[in-house]
Ligand binder design. Sequence first.
Ligand SMILES: C=C(O[C@@H]1C=C(C(=O)O)C=C[C@H]1O)C(=O)O
Length: 113
Amino acid sequence: MTDHSTSPSAMDGLSDAAVRAELDRLRDSIDNIDAAVVHMLAERFKCTQQVGRLKATHHLPPADPAREARQITRLRELAESAKLDPAFAEKLLNFIIAEVIRHHETIANSSAP
Ligand SMILES: C=C(O[C@@H]1C=C(C(=O)O)C=C[C@H]1O)C(=O)O
């Protein structure tokens, strides 16, 4: 049993069962959101793989820094309006793009003569 007198929290006043139920409800939503993120990322990578094949076929470079700069500007604005830390949004996009570029390099190298 938790000693609420020594561990104040936003849930003070709720029974242990109510706290558990609220935690479970929130975690169910978190699990659904994580699943959506995974599915969206999978779809994004399907598109970027097609871009990678197109670039390799037409001898275009794997990375496009100008396009990335536009995406970062746009994502930072979207993050701000969604009350998400723009610096976090930028880091996340850069992390994803770095993986995409790695894939594009692999595709280009595997289709090189
Ligand atoms: C997908 C592309 O290739 C790279 C990956 C990008 C991305 O993941 O959004 C953006 C620009 C490129 O550096 C593209 O050029 O559109």
